[in-house]
Design a protein around this ligand. Sequence first.
Ligand SMILES: *[C@@H]1O[C@H](CO)[C@@H](O)[C@H](O)[C@H]1NC(C)=O
Ligand SMILES: *[C@@H]1O[C@H](CO)[C@@H](O)[C@H](O)[C@H]1NC(C)=O
Ligand SMILES: *[C@@H]1O[C@H](CO)[C@@H](O)[C@H](O)[C@H]1NC(C)=O
Ligand SMILES: *[C@@H]1O[C@H](CO)[C@@H](O)[C@H](O)[C@H]1NC(C)=O
Ligand SMILES: *[C@@H]1O[C@H](CO)[C@@H](O)[C@H](O)[C@H]1NC(C)=O
Length: 387
Amino acid sequence: MVAVSLRLYSGILVFVQAAAVYARQWNDTGKGSIIFEEAWTIPAFIPQISKTVPPVGQTITELEANLLDIHNQRLAGMDANGVDYVSRSCLKFQKRGSTIVEMVLSCASPCIQGISDQATAEGMARNVNDQLAAEIANNTVRFGGFAALAMHNATTAALELERAVKELGFLGALINDYQQSGPDNATLLFYDQPEYDIFWAKVTELDVPVYLHPRTNIQQIQNLLYGHAPWLKGPSQEFADTLSTHVMGLFVSPTSPLLLDTLGNEFRRTSGESMIASFELFSATHTQTDSELARQIPAGMPMLRNLSSYWATNLLETTSGNFATELFNFHVQQFGLRNRILYSVDYPYVPMEQGTAWLNGLTETMIDEDLLALKRGLAVELLRLNR
Ligand SMILES: *[C@@H]1O[C@H](CO)[C@@H](O)[C@H](O)[C@H]1NC(C)=O
Ligand SMILES: *[C@@H]1O[C@H](CO)[C@@H](O)[C@H](O)[C@H]1NC(C)=O
Ligand SMILES: *[C@@H]1O[C@H](CO)[C@@H](O)[C@H](O)[C@H]1NC(C)=O
Ligand SMILES: *[C@@H]1O[C@H](CO)[C@@H](O)[C@H](O)[C@H]1NC(C)=O
Ligand SMILES: *[C@@H]1O[C@H](CO)[C@@H](O)[C@H](O)[C@H]1NC(C)=O
């Protein structure tokens, strides 16, 4: 179906050919990695990332080119990277170079969450989703999309998610932490508030995952918190601190749909697969947090279970950008591997080769079923690739 729609971007009328329905085709090869915290962007968002520090050995120009590209160096890298695991019964622990079979792309942080004006943000979200869908339409065997969403209004966000999933063939959404808003860019919207119940209800209805991804803070917060040590901005500290607080807010919040459904049942979803975050963010044990939070219950905190418990049932984690085997083993021990932890890379901020080298190292110690679950099995289920 092709139609012509009329949209409003900041007061300018733009005619866009849209509403095309993109059918996904995906072949389950049974091997190769599937990764999905992978950044892509459009030229309009390049100024947002101008202060990003590129990977060692790369210039910012190269990073920008890698973010804009899909079908060239990105696909070549996918072909050259990955581990295909030959069953032990055939040939014990044989490694051979193979592919990252599928990469799910999403708009590089902060994307829409960095646009304060609601009408502009909503127009840009549709625009960026339409562009991504059009770009990957000829190769959905290798590329999928996560929707970008303006989060100013939970109803509008829910409707755009629905459009992206049903019309564009997207596999879920990726949201870059809080939505900034307001004329001073300093009203921060967190999705643990009751007005977002309608959004989480749509996520549940569509049965797609939402990836909660970090963002850099607004300038006012950066000045106050990181002015004394600006090098701690970004992935070294700022991301973990800011996103962890948002994610934990979803668990301690009174009316979060993750806690109570409309019938008052704890958990709307038994599978608890609606949220994903990268485990680089959560490196500490929860024992102390659990006991500290327990003290808040007499003070009125409505949380129904402790943090460790929610973590183990309602959150999935990816290895994205963090290939520390000790941390991985710790999380496996705390939360279990098969149900909770998935491989991802964070390309192009992190080279695909780093992930490949780490996976190769794991073949020494992991059984093939576990490795397969990590690098693709759980992703196939979570993203409903076979449906
Ligand atoms: C996917 O499978 C279909 C049907 O078996 C086949 O025609 C097509 O060539 C495959 N595509 C790729 C990229 O493997
Ligand atoms: C898809 O289209 C792009 C150009 O937009 C092209 O570079 C790429 O090779 C195409 N891929 C396939 C599988 O046809
Ligand atoms: C959000 O958008 C919906 C649909 O356009 C509208 O009915 C509702 O009033 C808006 N909510 C707020 C808080 O502005
Ligand atoms: C808010 O952000 C907009 C868009 O980047 C900018 O034009 C405006 O000056 C900012 N306002 C303040 C008060 O910083
Ligand atoms: C957290 O809750 C789980 C499930 O109720 C329980 O087994 C565990 O002991 C609790 N942990 C702490 C540190 O309170």
